[in-house]
Design a protein around this ligand. Sequence first.
Ligand SMILES: [Zn+2]
Length: 224
Amino acid sequence: MQGVTTPRPAGYISRAPDASGMKVHDVTADAEEFTCNAYLVTGDTPTLVDAGTMPGVETVVAEFVDDLDRVVLTHQHSDHVGELDAVVDAFDADVYAYADHPLRTHELADSETVTMGAEAFDVVYTPGHADDHVSLVGETSLFSGDVVVYNDGAFDDGSFGRTDMPGQSRERLIESLETLLDRLPASVGAMYAGHGDPFYADEESVRDVVERALSRAERREPKY
Ligand SMILES: [Zn+2]
């Protein structure tokens, strides 16, 4: 609204709402501890993608929305679920997850459609970094969790989740990136990853970034 100044938390990241009214806020942008990025997607179905580990994240969410319908987990590594209890307590939100969790109310399945904000997202099962990893692919945005990130300590413009810990697999991650590319509409212009910065398409598309991450993963070299 013109002439009205809304106080915003420092570190506020958002996009102008698209035609569907969707906005994305990185609610862990001010975290001092190690956390994943937790993204609040506003619109008809306010949704938090991952909960992160920043104490008080629920109060940041409450600065933007009165109600939170659901938390959708990309996977259940501790940096993604640390504050899940606090968020669920604060909002009585449903929990959508692929793998079992005491707070889960909905079991995610590959190829199902989940509404987040004002957009329908295709659930794409993308294991490799974690057995229970899913990515959320909409018409305008990709929430990629840790399977593909824009930047991290290893690469600045297209990287992928680590696969050197027990239970992880580079080969499965490579297959997952191929699946993601198969199911990525050309209209997707923003990528929100579990770590690092969001990526907004300009000269390069989200597809370019995912393809570069794939080619780097295919070298099958240790990442760090
Ligand atoms: Zn992870």
